[in-house]
Design a protein around this ligand. Structure first.
Ligand SMILES: Cc1ncc(COP(=O)(O)O)c(C=O)c1O
Length: 391
């Protein structure tokens, strides 16, 4: 293991800092949904201590009693600087952003602006389960455009879905997941430009969920959707919540392309009452001062992807895993293991390890599980041993 281990004395790998005993004291859903004997590698929370600049910012806010309502554009400014430094994206304009409570509620509010009841929302299945839940809850129809066999966007399937979505002259939206959850696929500039051209041709409004954008391997490149030619009428929803493990500190940003600014301006002001002031402070500190910590996490995730690949070859050779550059999620094809449509059920019952159930990610999810890599190498290795015991 040691030769795989990243981290330096200044920036030790945050994924190696907490013991199982410490993690079990947490009260968030990852650690409370299952009994004590279950090892939880399901929901997208990371097993890391808070980044020091973030902890300092919220501790100082608490000391000031600064726990009122959010104000100002500091979060958007921090995101614009981060986007410029990390992705070379220079045109994220603060005046085309709106503070929203979190990414999913930001998506819902944008979908309300560009579609009406019973209009279609296109998704690339298998995809993040709440896409189905939130879209159906707001009375929009899901139209699936499955990923291809390499787990990349299939432009032919997307075109078919767009055609179906706008049939009868209806308005339609495309909820792009970039990078893609659960597969970790990082879309290329060419793919995104092709998506933009297709959306333009069918008059489908693109809403890019870019919550995982900072969580891309340092050897790969994240391309913001709004930075590609032809994407001017689209939206992005971004947040520091996945990369710095801040889901409990609610805040996110909706970003409009230049041709969508008028739509975003129509978002009702009360949407901005949802994010928490402490959340805004935490997210701003993360983007502004959390870069070194994030890099240490990214290196640790690279190590974990290699470790998972090796552990599966050794203990579970029937499982297929295609390591990807984005997110801290691994999408495992378990169809050859003989565990049926929902292998997560067997892994939980017999292996006492909790993974996310493949079928909940829509068409293409049967026989698969999603595993959360954002844990220590020890717990990751233990999870694979438990999965093997379930066979
Ligand atoms: C693709 C994607 N979108 C949205 C979310 C949820 O974000 P939020 O808690 O800000 O609504 C997640 C959480 O894992 C996610 O993976």
């Amino acid at each position: 293991m040691e030769d795989l281990a990243h981290g330096s004395p200044d920036h030790p790998n945050p994924l190696r800092r907490l013991t199982l005993e410490q993690l079990r004291r947490r009260t968030s859903v990852k650690w409370r949904a299952y009994p004590e004997d279950v090892l939880p590698l399901w929901v997208a929370e990371m097993d890391v201590p808070l980044a020091e600049p973030v902890a300092r910012a919220i501790t100082e806010a608490v000391e000031r009693g600064d726990t009122g309502y959010p104000a100002g554009t500091a979060y958007a400014e921090a995101l614009a600087s981060f986007a410029s430094e990390r992705w070379g994206w220079e045109t994220l304009a603060v005046e085309r952003t709106r503070l929203v409570p979190d990414v999913m509620l930001g998506i819902v509010e944008i979908l309300k602006l560009v579609t009406g009841p019973d209009d279609a929302v296109v998704v690339n299945c298998p995809v993040y389960t709440p896409f189905y839940q939130f879209v159906e809850h707001m009375r929009r129809r899901i139209v699936e455009a499955p990923l291809d066999a390499r787990l990349r966007i299939d432009l032919t399937a997307l075109e078919d879905a767009f055609r179906q979505a706008v049939a009868g002259g209806r308005r339609a939206a495309y909820l792009l997941c970039s990078p893609h959850n659960p597969t970790g696929t990082v879309h290329t500039a060419g793919e995104l430009a092709a998506v933009a051209a297709l959306a333009d041709r069918y008059r489908v409004r693109v809403v890019a969920d870019e919550i995982h954008a900072p969580v891309v391997s340092r050897t790969a490149r994240f391309v913001p959707y709004l930075s590609v030619p032809g994407a001017e009428g689209g939206f992005s929803v971004m947040s520091a919540s996945k990369a710095w493990n801040l889901a409990g500190l609610k805040a996110a940003l909706a970003v409009a392309g230049p041709a969508a600014a008028g739509d975003l301006a129509a978002m009702p002001p009360e949407v901005g009452h949802g994010p928490s002031h402490l959340g805004v402070i935490a997210h701003t500190a993360a983007l502004r001062d959390g870069g070194a910590w994030l890099d240490a996490v990214l290196d640790g995730l690279d190590d974990n992807r290699r470790l998972l690949t090796e552990a599966l070859v050794t203990h579970l050779p029937g499982a297929r895993y295609r390591p990807a550059d984005g997110t801290y999620l691994a999408w495992l094809d378990c169809r050859a293991l003989g565990l049926g449509d929902d292998p997560a059920a067997a892994f939980l019952d017999r292996g006492r390890v909790a993974l996310s159930s493949g079928p909940t990610f829509g068409t293409g999810g049967a026989g698969h599980v999603r595993l959360n890599l954002a844990t220590s190498p020890e717990l990751l290795a233990e999870a694979v041993r438990r999965m093997a015991d379930a066979l």
